[in-house]
Design a binder for this molecule. Structure first.
Ligand code: BGC
Ligand code: CA
Length: 330
């Protein structure tokens, strides 16, 4: 009798406190499914959830914070164990944190960083991402390294680098900091950067192509010495626009170094063909895996120090960036 009671008690304790991996449900909100980098991220998350035996459901915010807020309400009402959120507008994350807190559900933000104050307002709120400034610095270094190796890239021989900047969605930390630090890295390498033009192309290839096409027509490809894009999709859009005027098609005399960020397969392909100079690897695999491991640990009451990724300042998992080039191909 006593044994039965103890067993029953242990069972209640075990089940009562936390979700087990096999009945653990992750509600994952993605700002927009139609994003090449977030597709890589989602794929890694789904795979890791499978390995952990956790259920994961993805919701497509379709680039609307209103839609995403509804999806969050629904996940909470459905009783998910934990939320993983890639906010549409990171500056409204406090609202999401308040909702998670009221429901006592842990929340792991990914890719779009809430402010430290927001994260501090809930002990079960975390962020998994990569340091935006690092990617900016590395992208700028790629351009500077190219100019050191190829003095002829300074077409007008003025010792300065005349560049075009294609920016991601307004307000995204990766848009703000990549833009700033890539230009800074060019300066730090001893070159004077001169911005010929810049525009927001919202991380999007087609938008970037149209914008770049306009710049090529108004400025002239022979005047442009470099293109810095906040991500690979926009870099590829720029490459498409350059190809229209027979640039970046393998002829060294008609080439403009273009850099992006992410290391998506299509960018690596373009680099192999000599159409694009380089990129900075945004490690979707490790961001996806670590965010799911953290979510599972939080929801099951497991020690977060066992997930294989260090947690900084009690709140952050930072995955490093890495420069990628194809050597002397260009
Ligand atoms: C990536 C972009 C992506 C964006 C989405 C960035 O970190 O570099 O490719 O569109 O995140 O939020
Ligand atoms: Ca120049």
């Amino acid at each position: 009798m006593r044994k039965v009671l103890i067993t029953a008690l242990l069972l209640v304790l075990a089940l009562g406190c936390c979700a087990h991996a096999d009945d653990l449900r992750i509600g994952a909100c993605i700002y927009r499914f139609n994003d090449a980098f977030m597709l890589r991220f989602r794929t890694a998350m789904a795979e890791e959830a499978g390995k952990a035996g956790a259920k994961i459901e993805f919701a497509d915010g379709q680039d609307s914070q209103i839609t995403q807020d509804e999806q969050i309400d629904k996940f909470i009402a459905d009783g998910v164990s934990v939320l993983v959120v890639n906010p549409v507008d990171r500056m409204t994350s406090q609202n999401i944190i308040d909702k998670a807190k009221a429901a006592n559900i842990p929340v792991v933000f990914i890719n779009r960083e809430p402010t430290p104050e927001m994260l501090a307002s809930y002990e079960r709120a975390y962020y998994v991402g990569a340091k935006a400034e690092e990617s900016g610095t590395e992208a700028g270094e790629l351009i500077a390294e190219y100019f050191k190796a190829h003095p002829e890239a300074d077409k007008n021989k003025d010792g300065k680098i005349q560049f075009i900047l294609l920016k991601g969605q307004n307000g995204h930390q990766d848009m703000i900091l990549r833009s700033k630090f890539s230009v800074q890295a060019i300066k730090d390498a001893g070159f004077e950067p001169v911005e010929l033009a810049s525009a927001i192309a919202n991380w999007d290839k087609l938008e970037a192509m149209k914008i770049m096409n306009g710049f090529v027509m108004s400025i002239g490809p022979e005047v442009i010495e470099a293109v810095i894009a906040n991500n690979d999709e926009m870099a590829l859009g720029a490459v498409e626009a350059l190809k229209i005027v027979d640039y970046n098609m393998g002829n060294k005399d008609a080439y403009i170094p273009v850099v992006g960020v992410d290391a998506n397969a299509s960018a690596l392909d373009a680099m192999d063909k000599g159409e694009m100079l380089g990129t900075v690897m945004n490690d979707a695999d490790n961001q996806g895996i670590s965010s799911v491991r953290l979510a599972v640990a939080l929801a099951s009451g497991k020690d977060t120090s066992t997930i294989g990724y260090p947690i900084t300042d009690g709140k952050y998992i930072w995955i490093p960036y890495q420069k990628v080039t194809r050597g002397e191909k260009q």
